[in-house]
Ligand binder design. Structure first.
Ligand code: AMP
Length: 282
C-alpha cells in the first residue's frame, strides 16, 4: 500500500494505472474509519483493479463553530484498517498541500439541494464537499467512486456535480452500515457518552417505525411524520427535522409512492446525528 501526501504524485501514479488499462475505484473519506468506511473499500476492492482512498478532513466543509479541530483523527489505525482491506493507495494530504495559497477552484453546489435539509442548516457545507471532490476526481481519475447512503443528500449533490462537470466516472451508492442495535455508524458517534448513545437509537427506531407503517399501507406522509414525531417526543432527543421526500429531488412528497427517502436529523447530548431510510418502488 502506498501512502501519498503530494497532489502531483497522486495524479502521476493514477495516470500510470489508467495508462496500463487498470480500473480505479476511489473512496473519499475524512478518516477515523469505522465499518461503514470499510464496506465502501470492500465493494471497491471487488469491482476494480486498484483501490484508492483519501483521508482528508476538509476544512472547507466545516463552518466556523463546527467541529473541525475536534474531528476524530486516527491515521495509524486507518492505515492498518485500509491495509486489511487491500487498499492500494492512501492519499492523505495536509490542508496546505491540498489547497495551496491562492487556491482558486471553489465550486458551488447545486442550488436546489444546497438550500434544503442539511444545506439549510449548514449553508457552506456542500460547496466545501463539491470543491474537495472536484479536485480529488481530477487527481484520481477514478472509474468508480463509492459513497455511503448514510449521507444521501450528499450523494445527490455529488451526482449533480458529476453530471454538471461531466466527470467520466460512475457513482456507486452503498448501504448504511449499522451497529447491532441499529445506530448508523458515524465517525461522530465517538462524541456520544453512553447515555446519549442509548438515546440516539431513537433515530433508527423511528425510521424503522416509518418503514413498517408504510409497509402496512399508510401513504399520507403527514401521518408517517406524526407517528415519528410522537416517538421522538418521548425520547427527550432534540429533533431537527424529519422529511418524507422524493428520492431524486428531496422535495417533500404529497403522497408516499415511487422512490421515497425518509430522513431525520437530531441533536443528542450536543451531537448532531443524521440517518435515513430509502424506500424504492412503493
Ligand atoms: P466521512 O468520512 O464521514 O466523510 O464518510 C466517508 C464516506 O463514508 C461517505 O461516502 C459516507 O457516506 C460513508 N459512510 C459514512 N458512514 C457510513 C455508514 N454508516 N455506512 C455506510 N457508509 C458510510
Amino acid at each position: 500500500m502506498r501512502v501519498i501526501t503530494d497532489c502531483d504524485k497522486l495524479r502521476r501514479l493514477c495516470g500510470k494505472y489508467r495508462a496500463a488499462g487498470k480500473s480505479i475505484g476511489f473512496v473519499p473519506t475524512m478518516g477515523a474509519f469505522h465499518a461503514g468506511h470499510l464496506s465502501l473499500m470492500r465493494r471497491a476492492r471487488q469491482e476494480n483493479d486498484i483501490v484508492a482512498v483519501s483521508i482528508f478532513v476538509n476544512p472547507l466543509q466545516f463552518a466556523a463553530g463546527e467541529d473541525l479541530a475536534a474531528y476524530p483523527r486516527d491515521f495509524a489505525g486507518d492505515k492498518k484498517s485500509a491495509g486489511r482491506e487491500q487498499v492500494d493507495v492512501i492519499f492523505a494530504p495536509l490542508a496546505g498541500e491540498f489547497y495551496p495559497a491562492g487556491f482558486s477552484g471553489k465550486v458551488l453546489a447545486d442550488s436546489g439541494l444546497n438550500s434544503i435539509l442539511e444545506g439549510a442548516r449548514r449553508p457552506t457545507h456542500f460547496d466545501g464537499v463539491c470543491t474537495v471532490l472536484a479536485r480529488l476526481f481530477n487527481l484520481v481519475a477514478a472509474h468508480r467512486v463509492y459513497l455511503g447512503q448514510k449521507d444521501y443528500q450528499q450523494f445527490l449533490v455529488v451526482k449533480r456535480l458529476v453530471e454538471g462537470f461531466a466527470f467520466d466516472l460512475e457513482l456507486v451508492i452503498c448501504p448504511i452500515v449499522r451497529d447491532r442495535d441499529g445506530l448508523a455508524l458515524s465517525s461522530r458517534n465517538v462524541y456520544l457518552d453512553s447515555r446519549s448513545r442509548g438515546k440516539a437509537l431513537v433515530l433508527s427506531e423511528t425510521l424503522k417505525l416509518a418503514r413498517s407503517v408504510i409497509e402496512l399501507g399508510e401513504r399520507d406522509p403527514a401521518k408517517v411524520v406524526s407517528e415519528m414525531r410522537q416517538r421522538f417526543s418521548l425520547s427527550g432527543v432534540e429533533l431537527d427535522y424529519i422529511t418524507v421526500a422524493g428520492a431524486e429531488d428531496l422535495q417533500p412528497v404529497k403522497r408516499v409512492s415511487g422512490d421515497v427517502l425518509i430522513a431525520v436529523a437530531a441533536k443528542v447530548g450536543g451531537v448532531r446525528l443524521i440517518d435515513n431510510e430509502l424506500l424504492l418502488g412503493v
